[in-house]
Design a binder for this molecule. Structure first.
Ligand SMILES: Nc1nc2c(ncn2[C@@H]2O[C@H](COP(=O)(O)OP(=O)(O)O)[C@@H](O)[C@H]2O)c(=O)[nH]1
Ligand SMILES: [Mg+2]
Length: 337
């Protein structure tokens, strides 16, 4: 059987752009499936006219739900891998071959588009939050991840089958990277163009960032709790443990995790330093990455400071004073590794 790959596009009110995205993708792969997620414009008709198969979802449920429906469809249709793309023109279909080439070299890896090499093209606040997010998501995924927020990706479906997705909206793509990495998969990157097309965004900065942040912290608390008391155990995710999956998305657990994030890192630091005498190789993922818990603890305690600097810079900016402390601060405490 030949290796089959299709393109998946979650779409919501994207009638202006979906036609070109579908037509562009069909130049490189024979099958494009679009999930029209309760759009109120003619996204579904435009996608279908351009040659895509369209799954129509009655009510808008967000990108995560659409992705889950698309994965299910691709699995049912017997594909081996899928390429996900945004519907709004931010991903250039001409770059699909980059993913195909990477996939032929690394068939078991998730391949993610990275825009981080084009810092100047990304709005500053977005870039800064992406740097902080990737610092923590990298720890959760057991490897440094260049760009954690790009939706242009290739996923082998054998891997998707092993992951239970629990989150909604934009958090699902973060959950995918974390669970793929923490179950032992490799995540590789290909540089893609950064396109901010001015087609608007459905991303709600406060609600969606809070949602993603709460998930990451809840996940890391459970991961570090397990790793703190186990020896040489860096890969902690398995879909067989459904209780853990449920806990990570439970509102009370997420709230408690966020509220205790600062003292919890100190607790983990103590475990990292002292418990390691009894349990050799505890916090295996952190050690494997060549990091110490001391740096994570400092970084986490700097988060309220980052927030204060961001607020101060904003206020000063409004009074005409341009200050640029934040970028250096973030590079110092949330570096690449
Ligand atoms: N199916 C579905 N897709 C969505 C929804 N919101 C966003 N998307 C998809 O996710 C992509 C990125 O969303 P967008 O709002 O542009 O976020 P941004 O590019 O990160 O600012 C869009 O191009 C759509 O493909 C939604 O509610 N439902
Ligand atoms: Mg967009």
């Amino acid at each position: 059987m030949p290796y089959r790959i299709c393109v998946l596009i979650p779409a919501y009110n994207a009638s202006k752009t979906i036609r070109d995205v579908v037509a562009g993708a069909l130049k490189h792969l024979p099958k494009v499936i679009v999930a029209d997620d309760g759009s109120t414009d003619n996204t579904a008709a435009a996608a279908s006219e351009a040659g895509a198969e369209v799954i129509v979802m009655e009510r808008n449920k967000g990108k995560g739900s659409a992705l889950k429906a698309l994965f299910k469809k691709a699995l049912d249709d017997g594909y081996d891998a899928v390429i996900s793309m945004d519907a709004d023109g931010q991903h250039d279909p001409e770059e699909i071959p980059l993913f195909l080439q990477a996939n032929s070299k690394y068939p078991d890896a998730v391949i993610v588009g990275s825009r981080m090499h084009e810092k100047k093209m990304i709005p500053r606040a977005r870039y800064n939050s992406m740097q902080i997010a990737r610092y923590y998501i990298s720890f959760a995924a057991n490897q440094f991840l260049e760009d954690t927020q790009c939706g242009f990706r290739l996923y082998p479906l054998t891997l998707i089958k092993k992951i239970r997705l629990m989150t909604e909206r934009y958090a699902t793509e973060t959950e995918l990277l974390i669970k793929a990495g923490d179950s032992g998969a490799e995540v590789r990157f290909v540089n893609i163009r950064t396109i901010y097309s001015g087609n608007g965004s459905h991303f709600r900065p406060i609600a969606d960032i809070s949602h993603i942040t709460a998930y990451i912290i809840a996940y890391l608390h459970i991961k570090w709790f397990i790793e703190g008391v186990t020896s040489n155990n860096p890969k902690t995710y398995s879909s067989q443990c459904s209780i853990r999956d449920t806990l990570c998305t439970t509102f009370i657990f997420q709230t408690l995790s966020v509220a205790t994030a600062l003292p919890a890192t100190i607790f983990f630091l103590i475990e990292y330093v002292f418990l390691s005498r009894l349990i050799t190789g505890n916090f295996a993922s952190v050690r494997k990455l060549g990091k110490s818990f001391a740096t994570i603890t400092v970084a986490t305690h700097m988060l309220p400071v980052v927030l204060l600097i961001a607020i101060a810079e904003n206020l000063l900016h409004k009074s005409g004073i341009q200050l640029n402390l934040l970028d250096k601060f973030i590079e110092r405490f949330y570096p690449e590794f």
